[in-house]
Write a new protein. Structure first.
Length: 116
């Protein structure tokens, strides 16, 4: 969202387009939204208050959780519908913490059966 970052005027337009798409797609069934949101959820690293609030509201309305939201200095996220992970255990792992390879940390969510 916002190819030039969340402080560029394109961010607000992109954000509204993404929210519209999420609302539409979530009505079709299980949904996973992965990408560079240009928004951190757990700190003041990189965000706009209005953008963060709009995303949180959109995900709540569509019964989705941002599984990566608690990670500091993280703008790349993985959000899933509750139905997508219902009955499964999730865990998050990061790499490139020092951002030596990129200006982004790497992040992955593991989704496993509860019995594992």
């Amino acid at each position: 969202m916002g190819i030039l970052g969340n402080r560029d005027s394109s961010y607000a337009r992109d954000l509204q387009k993404q929210i519209k798409d999420i609302r539409h797609l979530s009505g079709l069934g299980k949904l996973c939204v992965i990408g560079d949101y240009n928004c951190s959820f757990s700190d003041n690293y990189y965000f706009t208050e209005s953008g963060r609030g709009a995303l949180r509201q959109c995900f709540a309305e569509n019964k989705m959780a941002v599984l990566t939201a608690s990670r500091p200095e993280c703008v790349d996220h993985i959000a899933v519908s509750d139905a997508f992970v219902s009955g499964y255990k999730t865990s998050v792992e990061e790499w490139n913490i020092d951002k030596g390879l990129s200006d982004h940390k790497g992040i992955v969510v593991y989704i496993r059966e509860n019995s594992i």
